[in-house]
Design a protein around this ligand. Structure first.
Ligand code: SF4
Length: 324
């Protein structure tokens, strides 16, 4: 599916002897640290968001990926809509979305997404999708239709899309989607290249990097964003290299969060990276020139996306003003 994080907030972490690996501040994986704990969702805002999604037959990555932030986000009426159904053609080792043969594309989906944006009064919306390797365009035209429906119905809503890698058809897909004019284009690299064969076996690191690069090439003014999970066994210097690769591809905004194991069938958590280690990663990333960096245990690519979009705009304006 399209690059969602291992977000299982009910993660049952495997009991194992863990050798310590690379992070000096890490704690053993069998104990979920206090900084990961979140409250169960109970607010009226949460229930309203859930009921609206159900009534329109829309899936959300918040639920499908069992995101730990769902209580906070849905209380604030912020949800990430997952288009092209709830079934993914890939089976990434970190992702909780079900794998199988997806249903036919719903022609009403774009209008339903626009209704959600209007009913929730969204200033900013994040749209993602499952991977649809079964479709000739990978689902790119549905992204375009959703963006068009939003522009027609809620012209003041800013639009962020988080797309799959559109394997073997990314040039045409990127061109069509960027031409539709989203405000932010996100595609997550998810992890370091060494771990792709086990964590993201259906994808290729350099293909994802090229996709990000081609977004920027096609429209240098668009904001680009990408993220990785940590805690999968990556080394610190490998993470730094991913940052450099992203910067070479012109990525503006880096997100980093802790991988959580959605079920025992998914990849193990190799370490819980401490908040202090996240701060250290963030400092390095800022020094490498990202316009914005969000790095904390509970950071997810769509967490606080609306506020972060405004910060990104302000940071770019300040940078341009300073360059004059
Ligand atoms: S962080 Fe993103 S995926 Fe998680 S609940 Fe918030 S909007 Fe949904």
């Amino acid at each position: 599916m399209a690059n969602r994080r291992g977000q299982g907030w009910q993660a049952r972490v495997a009991i194992a002897i863990w050798p310590g690996m690379n992070a000096p501040n890490a704690v053993p994986r069998q104990r979920k640290p206090d900084w990961i704990r979140v409250k169960a969702p109970t607010s009226p805002g949460y229930a309203q968001t859930r009921d609206l999604m159900r009534s329109l037959g829309l899936a959300t990555v918040c639920e499908e990926a069992a995101c730990p932030n769902i209580g906070e986000c849905w209380t604030k009426k912020h949800a990430t809509v997952m288009i092209l159904g709830d079934t993914c053609t890939r089976a990434c080792a970190f992702c909780n979305v079900k794998t199988g043969m997806p249903r036919a594309v719903d022609p009403l989906e774009p209008e339903h997404v626009a209704i959600v944006a209007a009913e929730l009064g969204l200033e900013h919306i994040v749209i993602t999708s499952v991977d649809r390797d079964d479709l000739p365009d990978g689902g790119a035209s549905q992204f375009v239709k959703v963006i068009e429906a939003l522009r027609r119905n809620t012209p003041n809503t800013t639009i962020e899309i988080l797309t799959p890698d559109f394997r073997n058809k990314s040039e045409a897909a990127v061109e069509a989607i960027v031409d539709a004019g989203p405000d932010v284009y996100n595609h997550n690299l998810e992890t370091v290249p060494r771990l792709y064969p086990t964590i993201r076996p259906g994808a290729r690191y350099y293909a994802s990097l090229r996709l990000l690069e081609s977004v920027k090439r096609h429209d240098p003014s668009i904001f680009t964003k990408s993220g990785i999970m940590v805690g999968l066994g990556e080394q610190r210097l490998e993470v730094h290299q991913v940052m450099d690769d992203m910067r070479s591809a012109g990525v503006d905004f880096l997100t980093m969060g802790q991988y959580l194991q959605p079920t025992p069938r998914h990849a193990n958590v190799e370490e819980f990276v401490t908040p202090q280690a996240f701060d250290a990663y963030a400092a390095i990333a800022r020094a490498k020139g990202f316009l914005l960096v969000a790095a904390s245990p509970l950071t997810r690519s769509s967490y606080h996306a609306g506020d972060d979009f405004k910060k990104m705009q302000a940071n770019r304006a300040a940078k341009l003003a300073a360059a004059r």
